[in-house]
Design a binder for this molecule. Structure first.
Ligand SMILES: NC(=O)N[C@H]1NC(=O)NC1=O
Length: 175
């Protein structure tokens, strides 16, 4: 799909806005439904800030819910080819489809430990990290507190969201 100008974004009826932006936060079209109210947007930064502010304003239990909607990195869904289009591309760009047996076992063990401790999956912006950095991040972040990790996870969701917006909206377009 060609990139949309911000003027085109502002003209989208609600239903089309959801079709197009409903997965910029993984499996959470509620975010797009809420953000639509901020229309008209002046540029992509303004649109991205609206998503970020919505997530920042959620109570901790809502932030945890957003994290819980994310698929594991190199997990069961990835193996089954059942990720969303966006996640498939992101996980591939980090080299997660191309791991040794040792790396795969380590990722799976750390992902399980992480979920056991926090009750939601480890989330990191895969397009900004390679598999080595992801494994290191997983090991380090396992030491964090629940509150720290909820906020760190949501910060990663914001990065994922911005990169997904860049795939849809022309970053040079302004009102
Ligand atoms: N768990 C997790 O981080 N998932 C993801 N990260 C990302 O960049 N895309 C995802 O699906």
């Amino acid at each position: 799909m060609p990139l949309l100008s911000i003027a085109e974004v502002n003209q989208l009826p609600f239903e089309e806005f959801i079709q197009i932006f409903g997965n910029v936060v993984e499996h959470c079209s509620l975010c797009a439904a809420a953000v639509w109210r901020n229309c008209p947007f002046s540029n992509i930064q303004n649109l991205s800030s609206a998503f970020n502010e919505f997530m920042d304003n959620l109570p901790m239990i809502g932030k945890e819910g957003i994290l819980r909607l994310h698929p594991d990195l190199a997990g069961r869904l990835a193996m089954a080819g059942a990720l969303t289009q966006e996640s498939t591309k992101e996980q591939a760009s980090a080299g997660l489809g191309n791991m040794s047996t040792d790396e795969r076992e380590k990722m799976s063990r750390l992902n399980s430990q992480y979920k056991e401790k926090f009750g939601f999956p480890f989330v990191i912006c895969a397009r900004q990290n390679k598999k080595e950095a992801i494994l290191k991040g997983l090991e380090e972040r396992l030491n964090n507190s629940m509150d720290q990790e909820t906020l760190t996870g949501v910060d990663e969701v914001k990065k994922i969201c911005y990169l997904r917006l860049l795939d849809i909206v022309d970053k040079n377009s302004k009102l």
